[in-house]
Each structure stands twice: as structure tokens, then as C-alpha cells.
Design a protein around this ligand. Structure first.
Ligand code: HEM
Length: 152
């Protein structure tokens, strides 16, 4: 469960994330691909080059910040992302890598606005969102395995 205080802090960052979202996610990929080059193979690198993947991630991060207290509103977004993650073989172990890179990127881009309080709230919020994806993706992976058994 996320505390009300965390919810309030994360929601208060929504406008600044809307404004700086693309810069943050572009920086995030830079950090992540530098520290974990092995992850590159999972991504369509042309969608990095033209900025469309950072834009999609920025939209998702903003939507989460704005609706963290109304998760049912994010259901169709989570579904779409989770299916894409399964297609590209994302694993639960990779979530902390994205989390670390995203938080560092927020710090780099937001500077003084990224107070300790804001960073601590986002660490908790990211953890909670990861769990939503990990659980949904687990179910989709199981469904896919079942389909393969039926068809083999
Ligand atoms: C809470 C964390 C995450 C969020 C909010 C998120 C968000 C997104 C979004 C919005 C997309 C685009 C979906 C579409 O419209 O096609 C996407 C795709 C993708 N995500 Fe994530 N993601 C997260 C975690 C991860 C993790 C841990 C990985 C592991 C490496 C990952 C790897 C990918 C890949 C490989 C794609 C496909 C990109 C492509 O087509 O080039 N994501 N994600």
C-alpha cells in the first residue's frame, strides 16, 4: 500500500513531469543503456533515435503521477504496455534497473526540485507500479505458455 503522503507528493510532481517528461526519459535511456548495454537488444533502437519511445514512456510516467490514486483509470494503458513487455521478454529482475535509471534521470533533470522527499516518494511509487506490471505480465506469460501447449 502506498501512503497518502506518498500519493500527495507524487501527484504534486505531475505538472513538472508533464513539462520535463521527455527530457527525463531520454536521460533515463542514456543512463540505462550505458550501465546495462545488454538490455539494448530488447529495444527497437530506431524508436529511441526518433524520440518516440522516450515520448511513450514519458506519457506513461505522467499518467501514473496524475492518477496514482485512481489506478483503474490506467487499466488500458497498463494492458498495452504489459503486452508489449511480454512480446519483448521483459523480466521482473529488470524492473529495478529501469527504476534506478529513472530515478537518477529525475534527479539529473529536475535538479533542486528533486528533493529527498520527492525522490523517496517516487522510489515507493515506482516500486508499486512495478508490482502492477510484474503481476500482470506473469499472468500473460502463463497464458502464452498454455496456448503453446495447446498448439504443440
Ligand atoms: C514501471 C516501469 C515501466 C514503465 C512505466 C514502462 C513503460 C513502457 C511504455 C509506455 C512502453 C511503450 C508501449 C507501446 O506503446 O508500445 C514500453 C515498452 C517497452 N518497455 Fe517498458 N516500462 C517499464 C518497465 C520496463 C522494464 C523493466 C523493461 C526492461 C528492460 C522495459 C522494456 C521495454 C521494452 C523492451 C519495450 C518495447 C520498446 C520498443 O518497442 O522498442 N520496460 N514500456
Amino acid at each position: 500500500m502506498i501512503s497518502q503522503q506518498t500519493i500527495d507528493i507524487v501527484k504534486s510532481t505531475a505538472p513538472i513531469l508533464k513539462k520535463n517528461g521527455q527530457q527525463i526519459t531520454t536521460r533515463m535511456y542514456e543512463i540505462m543503456f550505458q550501465n546495462h548495454p545488454e538490455i539494448r537488444g530488447q529495444f527497437d533502437m530506431s524508436a529511441q533515435g526518433d524520440g518516440s519511445q522516450p515520448a511513450r514512456l514519458a506519457t506513461a510516467v505522467y499518467a501514473y503521477a496524475a492518477q496514482i490514486d485512481n489506478l483503474p483509470a490506467l487499466k488500458s494503458m497498463v494492458e498495452k504496455i504489459a503486452h508489449r513487455h511480454v512480446q519483448t521478454h521483459v523480466t521482473p529482475e529488470q524492473y529495478p534497473i529501469v527504476g534506478e535509471s529513472l530515478l537518477q534521470a529525475m534527479k539529473d533533470v529536475l535538479g533542486e526540485a528533486a528533493t529527498e522527499e520527492v525522490m523517496a516518494a517516487w522510489a515507493k511509487a515506482y516500486q508499486a507500479l512495478s508490482q502492477v506490471f510484474i503481476h500482470r505480465e506473469h499472468d500473460i506469460y502463463i497464458d502464452e505458455e498454455r496456448k503453446q501447449v495447446v498448439h504443440s
